[in-house]
Design a protein around this ligand. Structure first.
Ligand SMILES: [Zn+2]
Length: 152
């Protein structure tokens, strides 16, 4: 639990850097492949017996964070800031370089939609979980959502 809280602290800090620095371009390209909310989800899925997934499957559109191949289920854990979470309103557009950020966020949303459509065309169901949904007790709900989607 302490580790989890720490992880969100890091994410928050990272956003703060991005917002306040002109170095956002390099931050964008340095995004971690294995960010903490995804790890928390995988760990919880594993502990709950929902095993047999693969992670960061790069041959699939958008490189889903968790993929159950046989069940044809692709799960994304989206960062609230980058992907424009509709739930928690963390999409606060930074005051400087507003146009840049608006374009950037629009691009991200477009790419997410494109990836989802491509996955569905390939016969996958797509489950999107938001970083804020994974917090605290929410993690349990997310595991339940995956379980339901798997029909287990
Ligand atoms: Zn959110």
């Amino acid at each position: 639990m302490a580790e989890e809280r720490k992880a969100y602290g890091i994410l928050k800090l990272r956003e703060t850097w991005v917002v306040s620095e002109a170095t956002h371009a390099s931050m964008v390209s340095n995004r971690s492949k294995d960010t903490r909310p995804e790890q928390a989800l995988r760990k919880a899925l594993w502990a709950d017996g929902l095993r047999g997934y693969r992670k960061n499957v790069s041959r699939l559109p958008g490189r889903p964070d968790v993929v159950y191949g046989r069940a044809r289920l692709a799960v994304f854990v989206h960062g609230c800031f980058w992907h424009g979470c509709p739930l928690c309103g963390r999409r606060r557009i930074p005051k400087t370089n507003r146009a840049y950020w608006e374009a950037k966020f629009a691009q991200n949303a477009e790419r997410d939609a494109r990836n989802k459509a491509a996955l569905e065309a390939a016969g996958y169901r797509v489950l999107v979980l938001w970083e804020c949904q994974l917090r605290g007790d929410g993690l349990r709900e997310c595991v339940r959502a995956v379980r339901e989607a798997l029909g287990r």
